[in-house]
Design a protein around this ligand. Sequence first.
Ligand SMILES: Cc1cc2nc3c(=O)[nH]c(=O)nc-3n(C[C@H](O)[C@H](O)[C@H](O)COP(=O)(O)OP(=O)(O)OC[C@H]3O[C@@H](n4cnc5c(N)ncnc54)[C@H](O)[C@@H]3O)c2cc1C
Length: 383
Amino acid sequence: MTNTRGYDAIVVGLGGIGTATLYHLARRGVRVLGLEQFEPLHTHGSSHGDSRIIRETYFEHPLYVPLVQRAHELWRELEEASGKSLMTIHGGLMIGPPEGDVVTGTLRSAREHGLPHEVLSAGEVKRRYPPFDMPDDAVAVFDPRAGYLDPDGCTRAHLQLAVSAGAQTRFSEPVISWLSSERGVSVVTRAGTYDAEQLVLSAGPWTASAAPGVQLPLAVERQTVFWFEPPTPRGQYESRRFPIYAYEFKPGVICYGFPELAKGVKASVMHDGQVFATPAAVSREVSEADVRPLRAALSQVLPALARSNVRDATTCLFTNTPDHDFVIDFHPAHSNVLISSPCSGHGFKFASAIGEVQADLLTNGVVRFDLSPFRIGRFRSER
Ligand SMILES: Cc1cc2nc3c(=O)[nH]c(=O)nc-3n(C[C@H](O)[C@H](O)[C@H](O)COP(=O)(O)OP(=O)(O)OC[C@H]3O[C@@H](n4cnc5c(N)ncnc54)[C@H](O)[C@@H]3O)c2cc1C
């Protein structure tokens, strides 16, 4: 890729995915510009906060396992390169009825990929992790390679290393429009027009407005997360002694959580939020009504935590596809514009690997993973 007029590539959106892409492009010597509408590490999108789950078993589908294995490797490399601790692995429990999606899906991915795991009864879980009091008829699959990432730390590390490798960035500069032709792309902001050979739209919940004219059935869903006071005895919620968990408390619906972090013991219910037409329409106030369904779900599996005081709460946005698989594909009308929305609530753990995949797509077109489930064309049959 050479471009005497401007950049080789422009990345729109510097959340978890955009910063990883910026980094992987810059370290290959690509002249890349990152444009972001807000300040670095802002809290309006999907990637902010202190924790995101990473696991190796994958109840959603076994196809994600090779990608998450590469992500694990790249997060460790990023820790090495940045000198920061970004990923903590002390294991995770995937809990639910034996015939439920979480348990059967976790076991399927473990069997298909030969992943280490243990199946534990409610009693075995309680002996190992005393705060857990699961229903007797539930089981847990223990994934020893599960844990959590520090998303703000990951985004900051990708950004700083990308800039060190030569990437340019402009914050508080929303992209207003872009044009693509055979000669390249022109991207317009209030500050000016930038030219490049290729464009990456990693705009998270703003993907619909960043890629106008593409019929993407994306839904922006409000999520709330809570940090609870650690119940006593407090040491039982420490990271080394308390795994991350996902509990399927009704068919297809999970609550999940983390050990004690700086702000408390974080937990949330997944995919029970209100859907909005645009991110701007989302209510950012968190009320008592938001925490009630979480307390009800937690009472079945972590009863003391379910009764604990809330120390802090926030909102965050999912960008959902109907099948909850990602979007990573070139624009149907422009082969130099890559559209990337790896969310549906489970994309952060892959950011390092997706950054590499997107750099591969832009620089040599050779990708070692099957991206066909993430194609935009799959939505055509749904309309
Ligand atoms: C509550 C919650 C919990 C989650 N838990 C997990 C988990 O445990 N594990 C996991 O793997 N994943 C999890 N996820 C999902 C994961 O966080 C997302 O998949 C991931 O953060 C998506 O990153 P992104 O870069 O696509 O989006 P974002 O982080 O939203 O980034 C998009 C960026 O584009 C910018 N932008 C948009 N339009 C423009 C424009 N026109 N001009 C300039 N900039 C623009 C935005 O400002 C934003 O910074 C969770 C998500 C939420 C909300």
